[in-house]
Design a protein around this ligand. Structure first.
Ligand code: GLA
Length: 371
């Protein structure tokens, strides 16, 4: 029996670096995906082949050691096996064939898609009966504890639970979620890939997380209260402690608290189909990521700046962890070619290679079939 699973990439509409601060996020699964074909094999050896990578990789489920340093693609499969077994599931070996159309390191969650597609295939092949939400949590644990990236839950959740034509409003504290229709009529969502490669294993992402934790502790000390996360802290509190907090931590925490408010406002705007207000919030989000959270880069800023004042653009921002990767542009369909040409021209003037583009829709989440 062959199991075929398919996991999409994701973009985040708004709510960046809020998930690990127990805040809100608003991602959609996209129409670029990764597939895994899996057959079980006797014993505890996995043999995996990935399109675009010349050499097959083999590992034993009995010999898994968390990654030190930069992860390779095979480490995400090992991580999933490790986390499933840590959660009490007994695995068997497998032959695994991976095909992906999600660009690697572009901030579209190719690694979470790989985790979910593989975990989903094992779930089906071995009748583990794990529901999608738990599967997402196990894959997050795989990435946190085995790969060593302290990511939040957004990517795995959006990939496991995404629905076509819907955006997912997720409360990362309670894990409660609702879907908001994401049908844009004459508007469309353009992904512009800066082609600046982002290595999430890099320490910058984890450092942001530590900075937020430090800010929570210091703000609590100063106010004489115990906070568990930035979710519990108001903008008034942050303004109160401004002179006491190191400037960097003030900036980080101010960004997160403001971004949480933007997500909730954006969800309302989307429900009301008010793309003008929605687009304005995207622009404010980018400004915060650039000026306060410091995770943008000149290429992403150039994409956003080039389109910012255009009459046919509602809004644009970087999406995902940042430090490179993609921007999203919400714009009128009729303007797509003109906007791409404008960005290309700006990049050419800087002597930079032009971005890659992809028009996307909100797609469905993980699917698994057997034959
Ligand atoms: C990465 C992480 C997510 C989230 C985003 C930033 O995609 O995997 O958990 O933190 O960055 O919003």
């Amino acid at each position: 029996m062959t199991i075929k699973s398919n996991a999409p990439g994701r973009i985040n509409l708004i709510g960046e670096h809020t998930d690990y601060n127990q805040g809100w996020v608003l991602p959609v699964a996209i129409d670029l995906s990764l597939s895994v074909n899996l057959t079980l094999r006797p014993g505890r050896i996995c043999v995996a082949t990935a399109s675009g990578f010349p050499v097959s990789q083999t590992f034993s489920i009995d010999n898994l050691q968390p990654v030190q340093g930069k992860p390779l693609w095979i480490d995400y499969l090992k991580a999933v096996c490790w986390a499933l077994e840590k959660n009490g599931f007994w695995l068997s070996g497998a032959n695994i064939l991976i095909n992906s159309e999600i660009p690697i390191g572009a901030g579209l969650s190719s690694s979470a898609a790989l985790e979910l597609a593989f975990a989903g295939a094992l779930n089906e092949a071995l009748n583990l009966s794990i529901d999608p939400q738990r599967l997402a949590l196990i894959c997050q644990q795989a990435e946190n504890e085995y790969v060593g990236v302290r990511c939040g839950i957004m990517d795995q959740f959006a990939i496991a639970l995404g629905r076509a034509d819907q955006a997912l409003l997720l409360d990362c504290l309670s894990l409660s979620y609702t879907f908001i229709p994401f049908k844009l009529n004459h508007a469309t969502l353009l992904i512009a890939d800066s082609k600046v490669k982002r290595i999430l294993g890099a320490s910058d992402y984890n450092r942001r997380r530590t900075e937020c934790e430090d800010a929570v502790e210091l703000i609590g000390n100063y106010l004489g209260r115990k906070f568990l996360s930035l979710r519990e802290i108001s903008l008034e509190d942050i303004i109160k402690v401004k002179d006491y907090l190191p400037k960097l931590l003030y900036q980080r925490s101010r960004y997160v608290v403001e971004e949480n408010a933007r997500v909730l406002a954006a969800a309302v705007a989307l429900k009301e189909n008010d793309l003008v207000s929605f687009g304005y919030l995207l622009k404010r989000s980018h400004a915060g990521l650039r000026d306060l959270y410091d995770v943008s880069c000149p290429e992403l800023d150039l994409i956003v700046d080039t389109v910012a004042a255009d009459q046919e653009v509602f809004g644009a921002r970087m999406t995902g962890a940042g430090f490179g990767g993609c921007a999203i542009i919400l714009l009128q369909q009729a303007a797509v070619d003109r906007i791409k040409a404008g960005i290309d021209q700006a990049f050419t003037m800087h002597g930079w290679a032009c971005p890659g583009y992809h028009l996307t829709t909100a797609a469905g989440g993980l699917t698994v079939e057997s034959d």
